[in-house]
Design a protein around this ligand. Structure first.
Ligand code: GRF
Length: 201
């Protein structure tokens, strides 16, 4: 995508501390996220043909001591070996309220068109732990956004994206600090005093 979630995440972490963006990876050399990061001295990597090779990916993440992977607009399925190595340490943002309007081929404008075609009155971002299937892992937090009569997919996408920029950094920070985690049963565990939705709002 345009890398706007990366920018929101970076700005939030600069403000609150406790975690920082150490590496930006894209499978597209033309990604704005890469040039934006490089201008700020953040390390970058481009994975084109090697994006599906788990060893290359794991080596890259481990060599930069990456502790949490945040997927934002990354359209490929992350190889199962990498998912396993980073279970509970990899989150994704999806621009609709899962489990509806997700899965393979559900990305970009298609998601918002499907929401409009279904006549749903609510949409909004979902942040979830990543598992071996598209848009399927345990849901951590969601942010409801209204769908208005006469909305276009672009108008709805922009409204949802603004909520993504608020929700994703906060959730990523809570996971990075261990206040939200994936338990042994694959469920989201939160510190009693720190429910993700309250923290997010
Ligand atoms: C976001 O809407 C995200 O949910 C989706 O792709 C878009 C990426 O936007 N998966 P950006 O690159 O962060 O601007």
């Amino acid at each position: 995508g345009g890398g706007s979630n990366l920018q929101a995440l970076h700005a939030y972490l600069e403000r609150v501390g406790g975690a920082k963006v150490v590496l930006v990876v894209s499978d597209r050399a033309s990604s704005t996220a890469l040039s934006w990061a490089a201008e700020r001295g953040i390390e970058t990597a481009i994975l084109e043909s090697q994006a599906n090779d788990p060893r290359t990916l794991l080596r890259l993440l481990e060599s930069h001591r990456v502790e949490l992977v945040v997927l934002a607009g990354y359209l490929r399925l992350v190889p199962a070996e990498v998912v396993r190595a980073y279970r509970g340490r990899m989150v994704n943002v999806h621009p609709a309220l899962l489990p509806a309007f997700g899965g393979p081929q559900m990305y970009g404008a298609r998601v918002h068109r499907a929401v409009l075609e279904a006549g749903a009155r609510l949409s909004g971002p979902t942040v979830h732990f990543v598992d071996e299937m598209y848009d399927h892992g345990a849901i951590i937090a969601q942010w409801p956004v209204p769908v208005f009569a006469g909305d276009t997919d672009a108008a709805l996408a922009a409204r949802v994206l603004r909520a993504e920029h608020l929700l994703l950094p906060r959730v990523a920070h809570l996971v990075a600090s261990g206040r939200i985690r994936l338990d042994a049963n694959g469920r989201v565990a939160t510190m009693h005093s720190d429910p993700p939705d309250r923290a997010a709002f």
